[in-house]
Design a protein around this ligand. Structure first.
Ligand SMILES: Cc1cc2nc3c(=O)[nH]c(=O)nc-3n(C[C@H](O)[C@H](O)[C@H](O)COP(=O)(O)OP(=O)(O)OC[C@H]3O[C@@H](n4cnc5c(N)ncnc54)[C@H](O)[C@@H]3O)c2cc1C
Ligand SMILES: Cc1cc2nc3c(=O)[nH]c(=O)nc-3n(C[C@H](O)[C@H](O)[C@H](O)COP(=O)(O)O)c2cc1C
Length: 783
């Protein structure tokens, strides 16, 4: 067998080693355009888990690599004169040059031919090869040559970065967030061998320009960085080696294989440097390729298996890297945060590290986070314990004169079970049990302002006395039997009206018994849905009056708060999104015009609703569709409502058009809440695939939302909050006297359960190499 490998980086060399071990008879050549020791860059980093993999696949290179490595366990975050250190991270750093020399040596030993200073222009010279590995890096010539086949998507990110080195020793993976006269700069730094550390500097494009970095050469820009970070460098120089400022390209390729050619490493996909996974991905690609070659009967089958088997893992890492890079791009959102909350945000930015997880490995840090959170709450007038504070989820919040005992919320959820809009016994039990279950705030389902405003025949309404009396019964029960506050969500279905009950076909038009529907523009939701009537001014006046009347009835019921539903493609949302609003009058066109009618309704409600009671608005912060609303629009929408007096923005997404492409995942809408909260400076509630109290605390502590709503988790667990309170020992949570013995039991048991759980987790976690090394070098205690 003959194998040609283009590119002698970590991917190409490691593939050569593993394939040669597997097929000693094969003729394997690595073609590298540079000289053998002519490598750019400084250090690379691997996690303990990656090293375990290397040990399994090639012990000799693993041993040589780990002999040369620097280990560390802590991450240190420097921000506004403070430093927060968090342990238990398990990373290793090594010089990229040393790594490549080790891999070259090992490849030679096994009989791989290494052909340096050989720039491959055309793969036609390998016509007789059985396999051609394209490991030619981030600017892959061959990926571009066959661009129509591989279909790479290159997303050039906005921030500028430069990779430098220093002799400054470091004992932790170090992030430095530094204000300068030009704006914020970030350093990502770690030691990779004695007396050598990698320094990646990053800044936003405006700061880059203000700092005049564009015109500077390498030496001059290193001097500028040394000027900004001089206080930390302590006289150590910054070293350069092709340290130009660049924009990071996020690369994803639709296909990785063409005939007998396969893309490996950065050539096929990249992961942002802030999660330090580029070299890991490159070498693990080589492992996956070698595994597939060992298993499959033909090269063709092996390449198919490699692509199919490896893609998910690569995409997962890329997703984590995306989330992380976006955090760094928007660091200005957090720049005025309390330093400990800022550090918590850095640690938890990519979702893998959470509040509970940090409590286990850095309890003092989390205690500080809790104290800072409680101190902020205290500053708003609550007499909360700052020395031994409850977890963020159990801190109170005030909106106007309404006080919510904790931050867990039951999200609005249609039950499709009303008769002629009248909520019945099901609703009383449903809302009542969730209120008793401990949530701080309960939202009603979308309650429709008129008969024709309903989504389905089972939707609840508030346009007549019978409905008002039925809602009053629910509100009275909640107030009499729980500490929960209850908010009324008012809405109008618009073009999504006259549709079937959820379980009969969501958003599908009724076959009989329907009613005429209205919208901003005459666009049906499905091609076979009813074509809505475009609203004229008279229809707008009628709808506004219906909202005001429903709000007045809501006040008569005793609701604590009012929410205006401007999300999910319903009537008011249909005005806001350009995908559903194609009007040419003053209610269409610019975002300001499209907001006119929803704001008019909001203002009318704000005047009708008592001044001491808060109001929220629910928005779709993105349509997840080309040409639709995006996060930046959501900030403008939130600002407009805030100016009109909104107290809270309930940040949801999508459901505007049926061909949207939402990106689901854990907490998938939280980034939009974070953006709206910290750019528009308005209180937010986030929601969407948040399923654990650990996630709730992580979101709140990092300042990504002020309240956290859970929908589906509350459908199956009315006592979500009470159980979470037991887990965190927040015994101030409300429990009706009838249920107190149950509360006492769960609180007692939870202390033991939590201890057992933590012990298990600690036992299950392998020791990091840094810990093992520290233990091995620790002097023996005197007997
Ligand atoms: C600023 C920055 C910081 C980073 N920090 C880290 C980190 O801390 N940890 C980490 O793991 N990773 C890090 N990376 C990522 C890491 O450098 C790459 O992801 C990794 O090197 C990819 O390996 P590769 O073999 O795919 O590509 P490369 O290492 O780029 O190797 C490709 C090789 O192909 C050669 N080549 C290209 N074209 C041809 C041709 N036509 N003919 C012959 N040879 C050719 C090139 O000369 C090069 O040697 C960082 C990257 C950047 C940009
Ligand atoms: C059965 C059901 C009914 C819903 N009805 C409404 C509603 O009436 N009003 C509304 O704003 N959102 C409604 N939603 C959306 C939820 O409020 C929430 O945003 C969504 O379920 C995502 O949160 P989750 O992942 O916690 O469930 C509904 C969701 C479900 C599952």
């Amino acid at each position: 067998m003959k194998i040609a490998i283009i590119g002698g980086g970590p991917a190409g060399l490691y593939a050569a080693i593993l394939l040669k071990k597997q097929r000693p008879e094969a003729g394997i050549t690595v073609y590298e355009r540079n000289r053998a020791d002519d490598t750019f860059g400084f250090g690379v980093v691997f996690s303990d888990a990656t090293l375990d993999n290397f040990e399994k696949y090639d012990p000799p290179s693993y041993r040589r690599i780990t002999r040369e490595f620097a280990y560390w366990d802590d991450i240190a975050v420097h921000f506004r004169g403070t430093v927060h250190r968090v342990g238990g991270n398990g990373f290793c750093g090594c010089s990229r040059r040393t790594l490549l020399l080790i891999l070259q040596e090992r490849a030679r030993e096994l009989g791989v031919t290494l052909s340096f200073e050989t720039d491959i222009e055309d793969e036609a010279r390998f016509a007789d090869a059985d396999l051609v590995v394209l490991a030619d890096g981030i600017n892959s010539r061959f990926r571009d040559k066959y661009i129509g086949h591989f279909q790479p998507e290159v997303d050039l990110r906005s921030n500028k970065f430069a990779w430098m080195g220093s002799t400054r020793p470091l004992d932790a993976f170090t992030f430095i967030f530094q204000e300068s006269e030009w704006g914020p700069f970030i350093a990502h730094a770690y030691q990779y061998e004695a007396g050598r550390s990698t320094w990646i500097f990053e800044t936003d494009p405006a700061t880059f320009e203000r700092a005049g970095l564009e015109g500077l050469n390498e030496k001059q820009s290193a001097d500028r960085m040394a000027q900004i970070f001089g206080w930390f460098l302590e006289g150590h120089p910054l070293l350069t080696n092709r340290s130009m400022w660049r924009n990071f390209p996020m690369i994803r390729s639709k296909r990785w294989v063409k005939d007998n050619m396969v893309l490996l490493g950065d050539a096929k996909a990249t992961a942002h440097f802030s999660i330090g996974s580029g070299t890991k991905l490159a070498m693990e690609d080589a492992i996956a390729l070698a595994d597939a070659m060992a298993r499959a009967p033909t090269v063709e089958a092996a390449l198919g298996q490699y692509e199919e088997g490896r893609r998910e893992e690569v995409e997962k890492t890329q997703h984590a890297a995306d989330v992380s890079l976006v955090w760094f791009e928007h660091v200005d959102r957090f720049w005025d945060f309390d330093p400990v909350q800022f550090a918590f945000g850095v640690m938890t930015r990519a979702k893998a590290i959470t509040y509970d997880n940090l409590t286990l490995r850095a309890p003092d840090f989390v205690r500080e986070v809790d104290k800072a959170f409680a101190t902020q709450v205290r500053a708003t007038g609550f007499d909360v314990d700052v020395e031994k504070p409850d977890a963020p989820m159990f801190q109170p919040l005030r909106l106007r004169e309404m006080e919510i005992a904790n931050r867990a919320v039951v999200s609005p959820m249609c039950m499709y079970s009303a008769e002629d809009g009248v909520p019945g016994d099901f609703h009383l039990v449903h809302y009542g049990s969730r209120a008793i279950g401990g949530a701080g705030l309960i939202f009603t389902e979308m309650t429709c302002v008129s008969r024709d405003a309903r989504i389905t025949p089972g939707c609840a309404g508030l346009w007549n006395d019978e409905q008002q009396a039925a809602w009053r019964r629910v509100v009275d029960f909640v107030h009499a039997n729980s500490a929960a506050k209850i908010a009324l969500q008012l809405g109008h279905a618009g073009r999504k009206g006259a549709t079937k009950l959820m379980w009969d076909g969501m958003d599908r038009p009724l076959e009989e018994g329907g009613w005429d529907v209205i919208s901003a523009s005459p666009l049906p939701y499905f091609p076979d849905s009813q074509v809505p009537r475009e609203m004229d001014r008279a229809a707008m006046d009628a709808v506004k009056a219906a909202f005001v009347q429903a709000a007045e009835r809501g006040e008569a019921c005793g609701f604590d708060m009012l929410e205006l539903h401007c999300a999910h493609g319903y009537l008011l949302a249909s005005f806001i999104s350009p995908l559903t609003n194609q009007r040419t009058d003053e209610y269409g066109g610019s975002l300001a015009n499209r907001l006119c009618f929803p704001l008019e309704v909001f203002e009318a409600l704000r005047s009708a609703w008592p001044a001491h009671k808060p109001m929220s608005v629910r928005i779709s912060a993105t349509d997840w569709a080309e040409g639709g609303i995006i996060g930046d629009d959501a900030v403008k929408i939130a600002r407009a409502f805030a100016e009109a007096g909104v107290d809270l923005v309930d940040v949801s997404t999508g459901q505007t058009v049926r061909d949207a492409q939402p990106v689901y995942g854990r907490m998938f809408q939280t980034p939009f809440s974070e953006q709206v909260r910290n750019e528009a400076r308005v209180a937010t509630m986030c929601v969407g695939n948040i399923t654990t109290s650990d996630q709730v605390n992580t979101i709140l502590a990092a300042g990504r939302a002020d309240l956290v709503a859970l929908g589906r988790p509350h459908l199956v667990d009315p006592s979500f909050t009470l159980k979470a309170a037991a887990w965190y020992g927040a015994d101030g949570v409300f429990c009706p006297p009838q249920y107190l013995p149950g509360k006492e039991q769960i609180f007692r048991n939870s202390v033991r359960d939590r201890q057992d759980f933590d012990d298990l987790k600690i036992k299950a976690k392998p020791k990091t190499r840094a810990e093992l090394k520290a233990e091995a070098t620790k002097p023996l205690a005197a007997e």
